[in-house]
Design a protein around this ligand. Structure first.
Ligand SMILES: [Fe+2]
Length: 327
């Protein structure tokens, strides 16, 4: 795939660059230090972003109004918020599949992104007014560590670039108070165009993200803004939140999600290295965009099980809210 756009992470050239510039290299997450405020990655969440979940909550930032819907997933997010608070992070770091970059991996370094994020297929559900702070020092460190690791990376510094709905959706659902700074990473979209795409680049980006977090001493929570099975309806009920119309796309799609989530629940995360590509092949999973692999790689594929807080479908796509706590 993408040989034009990426320096292959495992090549002699990039490997030499990594060896010279990043002696720490990939490896297990840093051991917990004394005291409750150690830095590093403290937890990661699979935090899917269907605009319907935000629409259903009727937050003041979103223009459309609803009568509810998708409650079980939203209850899972309520539990995520409680747990996220307990981790007391300094920053939320999010990788989202709809900030699409065709050349390399971009990091938002705009100090105060603000504007209106619109879901292009569902503008009647999601027109969200956002205004948040970026942890610019950490964002720049992610760019630097990505470059040192041999990835093509870029810092977005243009004010006024609209933030995509997958970034905003995951951030709102995880932290609707928006009182934590953010680092936002793009998804390089080459996996959608090249049949021999692999998730290897996300291993490298995840390790670079971890090094940046540790270098800057941040206490970080990671968000992977991905749905699971991704076949969906092409017509909408008159009432979008009519739950009588909501169910899995097919038995095969549902069963594929359950197979993956069973492995998540059993752990350890290293089993997901094989399970995620298999699940993508079976269900057209949105994890193809790499957010979940990035998250687990950044956490060093910890020897823990994930905690599935909720599962439900949104226009037939599978969505799970999952927590992994750093050991
Ligand atoms: Fe999506």
């Amino acid at each position: 795939m993408s040989r034009v756009f990426h320096l292959p992470a495992g090549s002699t050239r990039s490997g030499a660059r990594r060896a010279a510039a990043s002696p720490s290299g990939p490896g297990p997450a840093a051991a917990p230090g004394p005291g409750p405020r150690r830095g590093g990655i403290v937890a990661g969440y699979l935090a899917p972003h269907p605009p319907h979940l935000v629409y259903a909550e009727n937050p003041p930032q979103n223009e459309p109004r609803s009568t509810g819907g998708w409650e079980v997933l939203r209850w899972g997010y309520e539990e995520l918020r409680r747990r996220l608070r307990a981790h007391r992070p300094d920053v939320l770091v999010v990788h989202a599949p709809h900030w699409i970059t065709m050349v390399g991996h971009h990091v938002n370094c705009v100090p105060n992104p603000r504007g209106v994020s619109v879901e292009p297929i569902f503008p009647h559900l999601f027109r969200y007014h956002y205004d948040f702070r970026t942890d610019v020092e950490l964002a720049e460190a992610v760019v630097e560590e990505g470059e040192r690791a041999g990835l093509v990376t870029s810092a977005l510094r243009e004010e006024g670039v609209r933030v995509d709905y997958a970034t905003i959706g995951a951030l709102h659902l995880a932290n609707p108070d928006w009182d934590l700074p953010v680092v936002s990473l793009s998804a390089n979209n080459n996996p959608y165009y090249y049949s021999d795409a692999s998730l290897g680049e996300m291993e490298t980006l995840g390790a670079a993200t971890r090094r940046a977090i540790e270098r800057t001493g941040r206490r970080a929570v990671l968000l992977a803004s991905n749905s699971l099975s991704h076949m969906h309806w092409d017509t909408e009920p008159d009432l979008p939140e009519d739950m009588a119309a909501e169910h899995p796309f097919s038995h095969e799609q549902y069963a594929g999600d359950m197979e993956l989530l069973q492995i998540v629940r059993e752990g350890p995360t290293s089993r997901l290295k094989d399970a995620i590509p298999r699940h993508i092949g079976a269900t057209a999973s949105e994890t193809k965009a790499g957010s979940l692999t990035w998250l687990l790689a950044a956490m060093g594929w910890p020897e823990v099980a994930g905690d599935v807080l909720a599962y439900g479908t949104v226009i037939a796509t599978g969505n799970a809210v999952v927590e992994w706590v750093a050991p």
